[in-house]
Design a binder for this molecule. Structure first.
Ligand code: ADP
Ligand code: MG
Length: 671
């Protein structure tokens, strides 16, 4: 038998195979194109896709554009405007395509570039196949910047095409890439949309901040719980900046955004190392959110890694990782003890301040390690040692969250607000925006300051708590504060709630009947037959159900059962005793006719149901102290983060100053 003849492969075939290695999925190509736009100093980047980028992947920027005379060679391999000298290679081409991106794409897709530079009179459009122009560039209308369209990716590489995931999965990957670059480049405005659709999947404003973009893309529940991280090391020659979630926040799957020298990459070693730190702070099987931007001397990044392999290695990897671990640990610890709870073992006057502070820390009666402002002995509050709770010495209080959740609810697998929601909806309803600006404008600046910096002292009962701010001690009305908090969150997170799923759907008819039997309902014969009223309530709420589901994650099934409620803050489930009255009041107190009134009254009623209720007290107190934990660790921290107290809280009894500690001590000293 004759040996097979060895033939040299045709050049285009070689190129195609090579290109298929470089560009494996739409999101790889997109990543390269986003980087090109950023290199071209774009401040706006719009991505449009069809079928997850398989049919069309288009990116439009307002960058410098490409000069007409460069259009001919721009898609050839090893053409780049970014490095001129060979020496640059070692410092610049850390993991780049070195002028290969566009060339590679043109080998596996139909590529069209429309571009206009600042000094050109018109835009120029050119199409490419296998690195070459298909014809001379044509003049056309267009703004400054570049639009690159990649159509029918892998039309000529059947094997690659087959290896691809579904358009849905590719789209998710594309969205992931866009959202990550949007967080990292917060000054640049990014949008992602599907072709032919008006609404955007992702939209970030220009000149935004990293945290705002995290809020827009990953949702407020994580944005509220971020710790800033920054670290610089001259010896190891690296710099780190980032935002990581604190110990109050966790997700089912770790969200890790890593940029090394401004390129989106992955480092399993680094991720795992940080996750070990979190392991002692987070509940089992839950994970943090982390965004890290690491800058390393370029020559220290391993260049031997294939361009598409996002996984990177770098010199001194272990030492750098260890430093980062330490920084994360310090940050988590610091946050854990930020809840300052100053206590004093001795009456004042006996000791000068510094020793006293130390003594208190050593005796363990102070819950803090790191203090922002020095607190002098005369400013401290004396509290009863019996009020000391073990849980404040634990990073995660011993509270059986699962048990509590399971009583009435299970967190729904796919849309709990714990999960990152890359497709957070932007709400533009004027009514909602107006309601938000009403409470924003009506905020009492002094009270906001007090709430933001308050120290939680303890619960008096479910309705009242004690807080300290400065030298003043206040009795605060937890019920009214929490009601306002929920009201504001219902509007702020409008249309973006996770769901609390009732483990067994509750019949609205029965709930209404229970409510009507309560004295609180004020039902009288004149109101009509209870059964009729209950039926009316079912019909009314069912007719509103698509809207309630869409905006508030409140689902009512066809049989008239309530299935889910909005998940407003992590770890919080409203007291179910209030459910019947809530249902009744939805029918009687909500103005369903006028849009703004409707949202306002609905949010009010829902907040009323979610607030910490006075009557949580009687039997529950002894049975379990869960409400106390919730008030201290869920409600007050949430208020500290986002409650904007309305003006009237300063006049009514919501904040009652009961002592000015400086005066109090003067009194004591005379004794
Ligand atoms: P590289 O980015 O490594 O230079 P590419 O193949 O990605 O290689 O791009 C080739 C060249 O095309 C770039 O060097 C740049 O001059 C030009 N280019 C590509 N995309 C853009 C864009 N969006 N705006 C301006 N110039 C671009
Ligand atoms: Mg490039």
């Amino acid at each position: 038998m004759e040996p097979g003849k060895i033939r040299k492969l045709e050049e285009v075939v070689v190129n195609r195979i090579a290109a298929g290695e470089v560009v494996q999925r739409p999101c790889n190509a997109l990543k390269e194109m986003i980087e090109n736009s950023l290199d071209a100093k774009a401040t706006q980047i719009q991505v449009t896709v069809k079928q997850g980028g398989l049919k069309l992947l288009q990116i439009q920027d307002n960058g410098t554009g490409i000069r007409k005379e460069d259009l001919e060679i721009v898609c050839e391999r090893f053409t780049t405007s970014k490095l001129r000298e060979f020496e640059d290679l070692t410092s610049i081409a850390t993991y780049g395509f070195r002028g290969e991106a566009l060339a590679s794409i043109s080998h596996v897709a139909h590529l069209t570039i429309t571009t206009r530079t600042n000094d050109s009179k018109c835009a120029w459009k050119a199409s490419y196949v296998d690195s070459k122009l298909t014809g001379p560039p044509k003049p056309c209308a267009g703004n400054q910047g570049t639009q690159i369209s990649v159509e029918d990716l892998f039309y000529n590489v059947a094997t690659r095409r087959k290896a691809l995931k579904s358009p849905g999965e590719e789209h998710a990957k594309v969205a992931e890439v866009v959202s990550r670059y949007a967080v990292h480049n917060s000054k640049v405005s990014f949008t992602l949309k599907k072709q032919g659709e008006n609404s955007t999947d992702i939209r970030t404003p220009p000149n935004s901040t990293v945290v705002d973009n995290i809020r827009i893309i990953f949702g407020p529940s994580v944005a509220r719980e971020l710790l800033e991280l920054s670290l610089e090391d001259d010896k190891l020659k690296f710099k780190l900046n980032g935002h990581i979630s604190n110990a109050n926040y966790s997700v089912k799957k770790c969200v890790f955004l890593l940029f090394i020298n401004h390129r989106l990459v992955d480092s399993t070693a680094l991720r795992k190392a940080i996750e070990t730190v979190y392991a002692s702070y987070l509940p089992k099987n839950s994970h943090p959110f982390m965004y890290l931007s690491l800058e390393i001397a370029p020559q220290n990044v391993d260049v031997n890694v294939h361009p598409t392999k996002h996984e990177v290695h770098f010199l001194h990897e272990e030492s750098i990782i260890e430093k980062i671990q330490q920084a994360v640990e310090t940050r988590l610890l610091g946050c854990n003890s930020s809840r300052t709870f100053y206590t004093q073992a001795l009456l004042p006057g006996a000791n000068p301040a510094p020793e006293l502070v130390n003594e208190n820390e050593q005796s363990g009666s102070s819950g803090s390690g790191e203090k922002k402002d020095k607190i002098y002995a005369h400013q401290m509050v004396r509290t009863d040692s019996r009020d000391q709770k073990l849980d404040k010495f634990l990073s995660k209080p011993a509270r059986n969250k699962d048990e509590q959740m399971d009583e009435d609810f299970e967190e729904s697998g796919n849309s709990s607000s714990n999960d990152p929601k890359p497709e957070r909806r932007e709400i533009r309803l004027t009514s909602v925006l107006m309601l938000i600006s009403e409470f924003e404008n009506g905020c009492h600046a002094g009270l906001r300051e007090a709430v933001k910096n308050m120290t939680f002292v303890g619960c008096v009962n479910p309705q009242y708590a004690l807080i300290q701010h400065g030298n003043k001690l206040y009795l605060t009305n937890t019920s009214s504060l929490s009601e306002e908090l929920f009201y504001q969150l219902l509007l702020a997170d409008f249309g973006n709630f996770g769901v609390l799923k009732l483990s067994t759907p509750a019949s609205i008819n029965e709930l209404a009947l229970i409510a009507l039997d309560l004295e609180e309902s004020g039902w009288s014969e004149a109101d009509g037959n209870k059964e009729d009223l209950a039926n009316y309530i079912v019909t009314l709420l069912q007719s509103k159900s698509p809207m309630l589901d869409d905006y508030f994650s409140l689902k009512i099934d066809d049989d008239g059962n309530l299935c889910t409620l909005p998940y407003i803050i992590d770890d919080y489930v409203p007291a179910m005793e209030g459910l019947p009255m809530y249902i009744l009041r939805l029918a009687t107190e909500v103005d369903w006719d006028d849009e703004k009134e409707c949202f306002q009254t609905f949010c009010r009623e829902t907040a009323r149901f979610y607030r910490i209720q006075r009557n949580n007290e009687p039997n529950q107190v002894e049975a379990n102290d869960n409400w106390k934990w919730v008030v201290e660790h869920v409600i007050y921290p949430a208020m500290r983060k986002s409650l904007l107290p309305p003006q009237h809280f300063a006049q009514d009894t919501t904040f009652l100053q009961i002592a000015n500690l400086t005066d109090l001590y003067r009194v004591f000293e005379r004794c």
